[in-house]
Design a protein around this ligand. Structure first.
Ligand code: FES
Ligand SMILES: [Fe+2]
Length: 422
């Protein structure tokens, strides 16, 4: 049976095409189940957090891989371990806190307990009470451990996979993506704070949104108004071989667009950007648009994705790990972890906090992204076998210097189709 006949959502999807995407993919229950099995629990690396979130032995963090609850824990030997957060007895959620420290994980329901490696180490009343009841003699605790994840690290970012045959992390990512991840994680990291944002749309609409430079300077008025991101700026898009990972980067204009002849020093430049083109509005706080060239390369914006669930962001000095967590067909949580470095001076730490206002659920820039996904989701009824159009910049998924392109969205679908086998 062909995949198309299993999933009516993809019936009209051309076999070799990346330029048309069936709307049915965003609201089909069978597709969602297949994504869980093939993408999230398949041979992919999924970001689970930052190593510094669980610094000491016994420290744990609960999170999700796809929509599957998992625990990340630092073992007694200092290594990180990943476990499915579900008791092997009757399936209760095992760890209930977001963060904590535990010598062992004990289920609240019937007190089965597990060590940091997920081994079942205790079963309440295993031998019954007063010689009555209890587990049968052939019950083996070693047969009832927690499901383990494979864990790998890159520059303090922690990735997990349910598939023991997943390729090594750096092979999965490719050299270009590895280098760009290292770029924004060069030193020991410190978490500055979190937001969790619930979007009323399928997770793929958000995954596409962050790979879409076409919309950035149009939808996000703040970007355009204060000349932070224009498609005319120097930059480019890198798409890896698989198509699933990408980097979009740009350098801010060194001179204000409306005064190209001015020999602008940084302070003139900052001053010019405080007012919108039409002078009708302005910013009272100039430092918001200022910032340091902390990575010494002039790049002021870098958005990087790793298929399927990581977005790593640099907007000026605002650095964020975003984790995409599907919560059903039409709901997605985005977990935003703002970070800086342990050796940040006070001024830089303050700058990061102030510039964190760019992003997040109510961010000057990213606020609109929380709305557009739902605009698509709300318009899905009636789409039937129709497809969307992804033709900007050609029909391939290669790296491009122009950002007037949808190449990285096509890359997403390239990797998606390979993994989903549809
Ligand atoms: S469900 Fe966890 S001990 Fe019974
Ligand atoms: Fe956006």
């Amino acid at each position: 049976m062909s995949a198309a006949s299993i999933h009516p959502a993809t019936e009209h999807w051309p076999n070799d095409g990346l330029t048309h995407v069936p709307y049915g993919l965003y609201n089909d229950e069978a597709i969602y189940e297949r994504e869980r099995e093939r993408l999230f629990m398949g041979p992919t690396w999924n970001v689970l957090g930052l190593e510094c979130e669980v610094p000491n032995p016994g420290d744990y963090k609960t999170t999700f891989l796809g929509d599957v609850p998992v625990v990340l824990v630092r073992g007694k030997d200092g290594t990180l371990k990943g476990l499915e957060n579900r008791c092997a007895h009757r399936g209760a959620l095992l760890c209930l806190e977001r963060f904590g420290n535990a010598k062992a994980f004990t289920c609240v329901y019937h007190a089965w307990s597990y060590d940091h490696d997920g081994n079942l180490v205790g079963v309440a009343f295993q031998n019954g009470v007063k010689g009555e009841g209890g587990m049968p003699d052939d019950f083996r605790r070693e047969e009832h451990g927690l499901r383990r994840l494979k864990i790998d690290l890159l520059s303090g970012l922690v990735f997990g996979s349910f598939d023991p045959n997943v390729p090594p992390l750096e092979t999965y990512l490719g050299a270009d993506i590895v280098a760009r991840i290292r770029r924004v994680l060069p030193r020991p990291v410190k978490v500055l704070g979190y937001y969790t944002q619930t979007m009323r749309n399928n997770w793929k609409l958000y995954a596409e949104n962050v790979k879409d430079p076409y919309h950035a300077s149009i939808l996000h008025l703040f970007f355009t108004t204060f000349r932070l991101n224009r498609l005319s700026q120097k930059g480019g898009i890198i798409v890896d071989e698989s198509g699933g990972h990408h980097v979009s980067y740009s350098e801010m204009d060194k001179k204000p667009a409306n005064k190209p002849d001015e020999a602008a020093g940084d302070s003139d430049y900052e001053a010019a950007r405080l007012r919108a083109d039409d002078d009708s509005i302005g910013l009272k706080e100039p430092a918001l648009l200022g910032g340091r060239d902390e990575f010494d390369d002039g790049i002021t914006l870098q958005i990087l994705t790793v298929f399927p669930n990581l977005v790593l962001q640099q907007v000026r000095n605002s650095l964020v790990v975003r984790q995409i967590v599907p919560k059903g067909l039409d709901r997605t949580d985005i977990v935003w972890t703002n970070y800086g470095f342990e050796d940040d001076d006070e001024e830089l730490a303050d700058l990061r906090l102030m510039q964190s206002n760019f992003i997040g659920p109510a961010g000057y820039i990213s606020m609109e992204d929380g709305a557009v996904g739902a605009f698509v989701q709300r318009a899905l009824p009636g789409t039937g076998g129709e497809t969307s159009v992804v033709m900007m910049g050609g029909d391939g998924a290669a790296s491009q210097e122009s950002r007037a392109t949808e190449t990285s969205i096509r890359g997403f679908w390239k990797a998606y189709r390979t993994m989903m086998d549809i």
